[in-house]
Write a protein that binds this ligand. Sequence first.
Ligand code: ADP
Length: 569
Amino acid sequence: MNSKTKRFWSRNKRFRLMLTLELAVMLPAAALIYLNFHHVKSIKRAKKVEASIHRDFQYMLADAEKNINDKIYAMIEEVRNILPNLDSDADEKARKLDLILSTHPWLAHMFLFDAEKGLLFRSQPQRMSEKYFQHEHEWLNEMYSGWFGLEAKMLCDVMHKKPRPINCYTDPIKREGNDVVMTTAFFVLPQVPKDKVVLGGISFEPDYLKQTFFPENLEEMVAQKLTDESGYQLALSVFPSEREGEYAGNALATSAGWGDGKPEVSRNLDDVFRGLAMGIRFQGTSADAIASRWVQQSILILGVLSLLMIGGLVLTYRSVSKEIALARLKSDFVSNVSHELRTPLSLIQLYAETLELGRITTQEKKEEYYRIIRKESERLGKLISNILDFSRIEAGRKEYDLRETDIAELVRNTLDTYRYQIEKSGFEFETSIESNIPTMKLDREAIARALLNLVNNAIKYSADEKFLKVKLYRTNGTVKLEVVDRGIGIARRDQAKIFEKFYRTCDPLVHNTKGSGLGLSLVRHITHAHGGEVEVESSPGRGSKFTLSLPLTEEADREANVIASGASA
Ligand code: ADP
């Protein structure tokens, strides 16, 4: 790789990093989000969840119907097998039927039809005193006599051909104006030869079906068989199906927890209960609600995951950008510092050599050269102290030696050492130092360094108007140290950044002035170590004011207040 391409690659380091980030992280993440949303949407569209629930429900209903049919057939068979012998006389048979009726209270009516002897129709004896029941008895007796007289033979022939010689009908009837359903079974008798036209039959008591048979069986099936895999509680109901499985809201019987909703799935009953339908649903919810809750949850989870991923990406992006910016600042720092080190060194070297050669004759000139050498070594010393301090801070090894100090004296002494130098650089220099400030715990050297860094900056970054003011005063439990200049000022967007290590603004004057970008970051570290804050107020072209606020202990502040009030009195 030649040097040109090398430079190209290093210049495009940032671009390469971003490209990698985008290809390796952003693209797969975006694809993942897109695919997942697509997946959830397609599930929603197909309503797969709902359809599978409905399919399960159909199986459950078919099972449930078989269950109740088996029970009803068992009850019919039980009575069919104990019917009286055909040879006994009519009174005997009637007595026998009445006995069966009274020992089987779930029966409303029973009958025997013999083509030769006619119809023997008996009804539940305990209820014959009730008028509507008597009326029902008479009406059915009449109806069956007529009907069997005409069609009994045909009915017998049909039943003999069936594997189970029983025919069931479920019909709506009226009882005292109320709609009820009555299930009736006809059968041929087991011990009667096939050529004889003899029929038996029973009608189930409608109240028994409504109040006992259906509720008990529905409840039992819900409890034993029908628990949905997803753990939702199920409920069943039986209702008259006027139209294809339509639920009109008036169930004949329901299991507990049905509520007042519609069935999720219903099935028209065949065979015994033709004319009725059975419905199934979840207790207190619906398949639609479950499906959409599922979709909502999936979307929520995906949303949260996507947000996390986006958050992660933003953080990565920011930290990478920060690292890149820091790397750039570091390389600027190295060139700034080496430049700063070289200048005073070459000046010292130059003046020392000139003096050594003995060419300087006048005492005045010699003194000037000595002063320059001293000043430049001081500058070098300050820079090296800053760098050493900074490296200690970075390594976490910087320790502060806090001792009771009279800050007013410290500030005064520090400024006095530099006063001549400041004024000689053409600065109008004002100080305002309050005298009754209580002593406080400070690291003398560190605070002096912070102050000098601020003063130095004020000098470095002043152009036309050379003014510097240092003010020390006590207010609201803090001691404030202000350094004010009327220099180039700092743009608002830079004001927070100047306290970061290596940061220098892009003002041309700053660019042409030597500096390492470490001074203010040290000032901030020192102030924080003393539990204080540093702030800047500045407007470009008008100057800046840096303020260090150092907290006083409550006690010291109280004492100072007492002294101050005594002095004013
Ligand atoms: P340095 O002075 O070595 O560059 P500092 O950390 O002391 O580093 O200052 C950081 C930057 O803040 C300077 O480069 C300069 O842009 C700006 N700055 C600091 N003090 C002043 C000031 N008094 N007036 C204008 N700009 C300032």
